[in-house]
Design a protein. Structure first.
Lengths: 215, 189
């Protein structure tokens, strides 16, 4: 499995430093860690016993984290909350499929990743797709909550470019550069080889750059 | 107005990561309530698999019992009907009497088959049922053969009677003609 340094080197960014520490602080742990801590172990046990209150604890512990991941994957469309709710529902219904060989957080992020893919695929399948273009715009609530953004212009520029980007390109960029998934792990999830992943990633970066320049 | 500088690959990744880092929004406050409500709805709408399997099992058991009872009941009545039919339609060769046959009627005596009663104890076993079915089919074939022979004999008797009747009629006509001719010759002379 490739590490974060491998990710950087294969992309030709070996000399630049990824803000991994910030991401680790945000996530609360390293993405590659597999040790269950006390609360996570307790939560897994409660989920396996099908305690309804365990869902509340799951939302308390991972709600914000998953909300951010889904928001980035969907470029903060107004469907983020619906998808987040659906992820927790599926986590409850399909918890038997969690084998425990990875962390609960990784399993939930994988669930969110695939749920976002399904959501975007279903959006593409809809006949009146143009009706849902409004969903791509940031909600007013989001704009009100952007007070902590230091450079609003840059943020909006990137937000606009990410919205214009195809969902396949966006998921690659988000999962590799922001969620810091190892390339091999993402390639496994997408059922493609790492070489194909690198090619797609290169093209996605170029398209994002074009969108940024055109905006 | 300051236009943003063209972005290099490193810069675009930095900008992307900056966008991702600053996209920290809390999830909505009623998330727990909505998830719990939806969980209750889906749980109510979809019954648990053991309960569903139990219901299906009960229905299947009821259907099986019903089919078994109907099959058993109809099998009994069918076999008794067959016995009755055989007893009523059985024809013994001795029942054909030439006197009655000459009148064009066939007397069928109600006789019983040899006592080969179907054993009620072994009725339920499959082998017995097969053996009884073979026996019944043999009886039916024998009865069909007897009926055919009786009908042939009847036809022959009827033909014989008609021939005798025609012969007797011809003889009467011949006698009448002979007597008339002798009378006519005498008158002529």
């Amino acid at each position: 499995m490739m590490t974060s340094s491998d990710d950087a080197s294969c992309l030709g960014h070996s000399n630049r430093s990824f803000p991994e520490t910030e991401i680790e602080e945000e996530c609360g742990r390293s993405p590659s860690s597999r040790q269950f801590d006390g609360p996570e172990k307790t939560l897994i046990g409660r989920m396996r016993k099908r305690e309804p209150e365990a869902v509340d604890a799951l939302i308390d512990q991972y709600g914000t984290r998953l909300h951010q991941t889904i928001g980035r994957l969907l470029a903060w469309s107004s469907d983020v909350d619906d998808v987040l709710q659906d992820v927790f529902l599926r986590a409850w219904q399909r918890f038997d499929s969690y084998r425990g060989d990875g962390s609960l957080e990784d399993w939930l992020v994988s669930l969110a990743f695939h749920r976002c893919r399904d959501h975007q695929r279903s959006m593409r399948r809809r006949l009146f797709h143009w009706l849902h273009y409004a969903n791509r715009l940031p909600s007013p609530l989001l704009e009100e909550q952007l007070t902590h953004v230091t450079d609003t212009h840059a943020w909006n520029q990137m937000q606009q470019a990410m919205q214009q980007l195809a969902s396949g390109d966006r998921e690659l960029l988000v999962m590799i550069y922001i969620e810091q998934w190892p390339h091999q792990q993402l390639a496994d999830h997408l059922k493609i080889s790492v070489d194909v992943l690198h090619g797609r990633l290169h093209r996605a970066r170029n398209r994002l750059k074009q969108h940024m320049q055109s905006s | 107005m300051n236009r943003p500088q063209p972005l290099e690959p490193d810069n675009i990744v930095d900008a992307l990561q900056s966008w991702g880092q600053q996209s920290k929004l809390p999830c909505r406050s009623d998330l727990k309530t909505s998830v719990r409500r939806k969980l209750q709805t889906t749980t109510r709408a979809q019954p648990s698999y053991p309960a569903l399997a139990l219901s299906v099992g009960f229905v299947a058991l009821g259907l099986s019992l019903g089919v078994w009872w109907i099959t058993r009941h109809s099998g009994k009545s069918h076999s008794s009907n067959q016995d009755m039919t055989i007893q009523h339609s059985s024809v013994e060769p001795d029942a054909l009497e030439p006197s009655n046959a000459s009148n064009g009627t066939l007397a069928i005596q109600e006789t019983e088959l040899p006592s080969q009663e179907i054993d009620s104890e072994s009725r339920h076993s499959f082998e017995d049922l097969i053996a009884q079915a073979d026996l019944l089919s043999q009886r039916i074939e024998a009865l069909q053969l007897q009926t055919y022979i009786a009908s042939v004999e009847l036809t022959l008797d009827q033909s014989l009677a008609q021939s005798e009747h025609r012969l007797a009629k011809d003889r009467v006509i011949a006698d009448w003609y002979a007597s008339n001719r002798s009378k006519h010759s005498l008158e002529t002379q």
